[in-house]
Design a protein around this ligand. Sequence first.
Ligand SMILES: Cc1ncc(COP(=O)(O)O)c(C=O)c1O
Length: 395
Amino acid sequence: MVNEFSRIKRLPPYIFSEINKLKDKMRLEGKDVINMGMGNPDLPTPKHIRDKLKEVVEKPGVGRYSVSRGIIGLRKAQSKYYERRFGVKINPETEVAVTLGSKEGLANLAQAISSPGDFIITPNPSYPIHPYGFIIAGASLIHLKTIDNGIFDPETYLRRLDRAIRSSVPKPVALIVSFPSNPTAQVVDLNFYKEIIKLALKYKVYVLSDLAYAEIYYDNNPPPSILQINRSKEIAVEFTSMSKTYSMAGWRIGYAVGNKKLISALTKIKSYLDYGAFTPIQVSAAAALNGSQKCVSDVRKIYKSRRDVLVNSFGRSGWNIPSPSASMFAWAPLPKKYQSKGSFKFAKDLLLKANLAVSPGVAFGDYGEGFIRIALVANEQRIRQAAKNLRNLNL
Ligand SMILES: Cc1ncc(COP(=O)(O)O)c(C=O)c1O
């Protein structure tokens, strides 16, 4: 009998799990824990989307297997979204795949395009599926440091990327970019993407862009898509998600859009693994994309005022938090008192002494040490309460 499974062995213990266990224990003891740890949206899915689900679920035949790469109505709705939002024409037949959330799409694309011996360039710190999708596939990673003392400098990033590609033997198969970033909330402009595509075409490296926070932005500055760049479809695919835009995280719908070869690889591997999301969910997702987008601007307003309450109230309690311009996260340097103790210790103390659950930066990669990620998933009153509790730490 095999004692250890090699693929499972490659996965380290989940750093979030110790904090989560502690949080659950405190809740069992009756403590009022304010949870700003996981980026799990607390807002309701808009009513017209829920109503659509109720309507479609009553139709005959909807309980059958659905379509693995997504029903055509939903692929068309996603193409229209790209045209309306980014001015990019997408062929719904060959350039879109619907995924069971973008996390599933990223993980299965990793399986489809990489094997042991292949190299992939991933940002560090980053959302865990970016590295671990490829680690599960058996590939090797080249970690690209994205921030220096909390600052993201596009030129430094591009210089490092160029060096990483040139010094990799064999040449990397793909590189991942993800802006607005989870966890750092950094944003980029089209010039940055232009340089990424230039490098990718020069060195023939595929680009996987994760644009999960396409619609969660503040200060009237909508994040661009890498597919807006000329020739990007020759080399890039982009993932978007319904999870945050429409508060549909549990519905599990996302998309991969772009390069035909990558879409076809993802579609093929998915056809072996799943039958697509439940059809009524796909129809409701199409209704979300095709319907009024007021619900999206409403969500944006809510996150924005939470952000402002967080920055102001935490600041008054002695912890200065830089104000994020997009994403649903604040990426905050450790207060002086904790700088030598590390993000894990601070996250634990926040939980034990302030009843506040957050994510330690180190959980997103070594280069995330020195920071805490705070998700804007508590209402303003709870954020103010967290700020009051914070005073127990005398920061
Ligand atoms: C950058 C990023 N990509 C992907 C995801 C996963 O999204 P989905 O719910 O579509 O799988 C998240 C979720 O937090 C995320 O932050």
